[in-house]
Design a protein around this ligand. Structure first.
Ligand SMILES: Cc1cc2nc3c(=O)[nH]c(=O)nc-3n(C[C@H](O)[C@H](O)[C@H](O)COP(=O)(O)OP(=O)(O)OC[C@H]3O[C@@H](n4cnc5c(N)ncnc54)[C@H](O)[C@@H]3O)c2cc1C
Length: 388
């Protein structure tokens, strides 16, 4: 693997970069590290990965008890890449001997990958602005500025939680800001949002004997769909069947929360069907994420659902040369929100950048395609499993 390019001293210390990279990846999470490995495999060597924290820091900030819902299994030996792998041939299950890693364990896995593949990562540099002049991107961090012909935006969603949505939402605590569930004080929790994060919160709280009332504007617990982007995971359904969950958690599907007020030390929550719920414990908000793509919305056209509009290479339709990798990738009604989905597009982006530089990519594309890591025909997506 030849990908040892580094940010030069000049570009770190000067306002205007002297070097122009072929690509800059922003974010060293699952998407940024995976895209970096694919880029290096494709033959692009002059690139750098920038992160505002450390490699995997977003995973490291998950609540301690939260685990991957997707199982890892060393299925690589029969040509099926481990579901939680972001690199051809790698199996987190084999390396970690853990089926459902927690955030810190997966962060360590990403750090191991960055080291193994000798990726050029620059940590503790927050990208604050990207501009494009005559085809060259200027990427400004809080300390220095560098330039590149291409940019891959892979700054994720978890560090950009959705905090609004109803009156008084600022009185609630977003689950993405929790260090753990064991230190949370209170006996009676109101949880707003019942998809994976909310149900995960309800599970851990009920396990500790807490009473939980959980609301969702839809019915994620009863939805009959097999796509994990739409329905809850098998791991979550299993946990919902545990006695503590059944005993302690009350579900309110089709109940949109309209307001939360704090009255004389008591939180009062109202739902759109006129019901009122009260608790002395601060409500938990699990209403999803705005996502980091909102920071670069000036460089992308917007889809109707607010996500960036991408061409078939996951490149901006507005400013050529900037790509999106990670869970915010959307094409038509296909949602790439999980690792095993969005990893299939790393090589599509890498191939686009490599071929724009005149690099021959046929062998690279075939190797990735053989591992299910190059998905360019989306007609296979959206299949429902057979009910039997
Ligand atoms: C509770 C929970 C459980 C999940 N479980 C699963 C699961 O089981 N299976 C699965 O496939 N997916 C799961 N997901 C989704 C998965 O975690 C995300 O899709 C994944 O983290 C996205 O990877 P990413 O690299 O895009 O973003 P992140 O992992 O968030 O990485 C983004 C990186 O960008 C950096 N960054 C952000 N802004 C800037 C900036 N301005 N400048 C520089 N750097 C920046 C951050 O520091 C971070 O390191 C889960 C998500 C949550 C919240």
């Amino acid at each position: 693997m030849e990908s040892k390019s580094e940010v030069s001293q000049e570009s770190e210390s000067s306002e205007d970069a002297l070097d122009v990279f072929d690509a800059i990846i922003i974010g060293a999470g699952a998407a940024g590290i995976g895209a970096g490995i694919a880029l290096a495999h494709s033959g692009v060597g002059n690139f750098v990965i920038i992160d505002r924290g450390a490699v995997g820091s977003s995973f490291a900030s998950w609540p301690d008890e939260t685990r991957f819902i997707t199982p890892s299994f060393p299925s690589n030996s029969i040509g099926m890449l481990d579901l939680n792998s972001i690199a051809v041939g790698v199996s987190p299950a084999y390396n970690m001997r853990i089926e459902h890693p927690n955030g810190s364990e997966y962060a360590k896995h990403l750090q191991d990958l960055a080291e193994f593949f000798e990726l050029p990562v620059r940590e503790n540099a927050e990208v604050v602005q990207i501009t494009n002049t005559e085809g060259v991107f200027r990427v400004e961090t809080n300390d220095w500025t560098i330039s590149s012909k291409n940019v891959i935006w892979a700054a994720g969603e978890f560090l950009y939680p959705r905090l609004g949505g109803f009156t008084g939402s600022e009185l609630c605590r977003h689950t993405a800001t929790l260090a753990n569930y064991s230190d949370l004080e209170g006996e009676d929790f109101l949880v707003i949002g019942g998809y994976e994060s909310g149900t995960d919160a309800a599970y851990h709280l009920s396990k500790r004997g807490k009473k939980v009332t959980m609301f969702d504007k839809d019915d994620p617990w009863g939805l009959d769909a097999s796509d994990p982007s739409a329905s809850l995971s098998t791991f979550t359904y299993e946990r919902m069947r545990e006695a503590s969950f059944e005993e302690k958690v009350t579900l309110f599907p089709e109940s949109a929360v309209t307001s939360v007020e704090l009255l004389d030390g008591v939180y009062e929550l109202k739902s759109d069907d006129g019901q009122v719920f009260r608790s002395k414990t601060q409500p938990l908000l699990a209403g999803g994420f705005d996502g980091s793509h909102t920071l670069v919305s000036n460089l992308f056209e917007k889809r109707e659902d607010g996500f960036p509009l991408l061409n078939e290479r996951d490149e901006s339709t507005k400013v050529p040369g900037i790509y999106l990798c990670g869970p915010s990738v959307r094409h038509d009604n296909h949602d790439f929100c999980f690792i095993f989905k969005f990893r299939q597009r790393f090589a599509v982006v890498a191939q686009s950048i490599a071929s724009s530089m005149g690099i021959q990519t046929d062998d690279f594309v075939q190797a990735y395609r053989d591992w299910g890591m190059y998905l360019d025909d989306l007609s296979c997506c959206g299949q429902e499993c057979v009910s039997c």
